[in-house]
Design a protein around this ligand. Sequence first.
Ligand SMILES: Nc1ncnc2c1ncn2[C@@H]1O[C@H](COP(=O)(O)OP(=O)(O)OP(=O)(O)O)[C@@H](O)[C@H]1O
Length: 291
Amino acid sequence: MSASTNAPTPTAGQTLPNLASLNQSAAGMANGPAIQAIDLVKDYGTGDFAVHALRHVNVAFERGRFTAIMGPSGSGKSTLMHVLSGLDCATSGHVLFDGNDITTFDDKQLTLMRRDNVGFIFQSFNLLPMFTAEQNIAMPLTLAGKKPDRQWLHRLAADLGIEDRLSHRPAELSGGQQQRVAIARALITHPHVVFADEPTGALDSISSAEVLGMLRRLVDETGQTVIMVTHDAAAAAYADRAIVFSDGRIVADVDHPTEEGMSALVMEQRRATAQAAASNAAAPNAGPAGL
Ligand SMILES: Nc1ncnc2c1ncn2[C@@H]1O[C@H](COP(=O)(O)OP(=O)(O)OP(=O)(O)O)[C@@H](O)[C@H]1O
């Protein structure tokens, strides 16, 4: 079931836990893309002070693929992730999640959609310090008033290499172990899509490689759909596809990204953003950059 990838291979002696048993059921999923943004606009504020975070974005995320989203700071990456996952509302346009237009959902429907279909992994892990790793993993179900499937929880923990850490609190775990707990928490509900926001931003290079290798194998071996925001070209090289944002727009869409290729693209966008800001400062009535 492995898909082709140009992800860096694990270094000699590095063991990655067996993720093959995390077999994602495709049952109940609609055909077509996992998520699609259609003419998506997100503005913060109005009038002269409006920030155009997403400018008519059109993009589809296929099932079972690992996509990285890159771009300069402030280009709209997190906003896209928040709107796609139903954490934030669009100003206009549509988001089709499993074929359902979530821009028509009310708050309660969005909460249920997120709870049942979306897994989140954050840079800062966002574990609850007073609870054990096991309690943290089960938290999305506990909050929903559901009992965790013990067998599934232990299989996740074993496959992520944290089974012997389940009774520990986050402060007693390394950063890499905490992020593995967060990955297990993201998967406990069998989500259709996992969103990872800078998942390796707080990790050293070895732990980063382990976490990225796990996400890669999750996609290859279980068909999980993963969408990851990252500033790191080396992290993007683990993905099947990388999208580059600039000023609220997609400016590049690359299959099989490489670290070198993504570094060059992101540097180019940083330069373009800095140049646009400099010319706007020189001619303040010329309008926003990129228009
Ligand atoms: N709640 C908010 N209110 C007002 N403006 C916002 C808000 N959230 C984001 N923005 C603005 O929207 C634009 C896009 O922000 P966003 O956080 O999506 O960028 P990003 O590419 O994720 O940046 P970074 O890499 O620094 O996290 C920026 O100009 C930002 O200042």
